[in-house]
Design a protein. Structure first.
Length: 179
């Protein structure tokens, strides 16, 4: 039987095996750390009652809420309009409300979507499973179809509801209508 050999680090004070294992362990721990790299805002979960409170708070004069889902083609198509509005109009609070959690309670899909699309607007994930429980609370005229947008002038209480895909220029016209 051959003797066990301890290999020393070149400095002579630490066995090479332990020296390399510390580095390997650090690499493994860093690689295993769950991370979600999101550009701009992260998506927070919110219940419908808290969303309604958010919509009626008077912290900003004009608020725009866009209801969308990662599986909705027209929603994705119009999303750059909201990003442009958010970047160009600091006087307007833009919030993108994801309805993905009613079908899949794991928010990872929404996080990945936000990252891939480089969304910088505020994003909320409506944490409700039953659409019938929130549709009327958002707007009584809403059939539940997506995309849907609510524009609110909190100073006057004037409110517009649009249940269709918006085109370039539509948002500015709608905002002008509530002012």
């Amino acid at each position: 039987m051959s003797p066990i050999r301890v290999f020393l680090h070149p400095s002579g004070n630490l066995p090479t095996f332990i020296y390399h294992m510390k580095h390997l362990l650090l690499i493994v721990l860093l690689a295993a750390t769950p991370t979600v790299a999101v550009v701009g805002q992260t998506a927070s979960r919110i219940g419908v009652d808290d969303l309604v409170k958010d919509m009626t708070s008077t912290d900003t004069k004009v608020k725009v809420y866009n209801f969308w889902a990662t599986w909705c083609g027209p929603c994705i198509k119009e999303m750059p309009l909201f990003e442009k509005l958010s970047a160009g109009r600091p006087d307007v609070a833009v919030t993108l409300v994801s309805l993905d959690l009613d079908l899949d309670p794991d928010p990872a899909k929404v996080y990945k979507f936000i990252e891939r699309k480089k969304i910088k607007s505020r994003v909320l994930m409506l944490d409700e499973r039953d659409p019938n429980a929130y549709i009327e609370k958002i707007d009584k005229r809403w059939s539940g179809a997506l995309p849907a947008t609510v524009i609110i002038n909190t100073a006057t209480g004037k409110r517009l509801f649009v249940q269709q895909e918006l085109k370039d220029g539509d948002l500015e016209k709608l905002i002008a209508d509530v002012l």
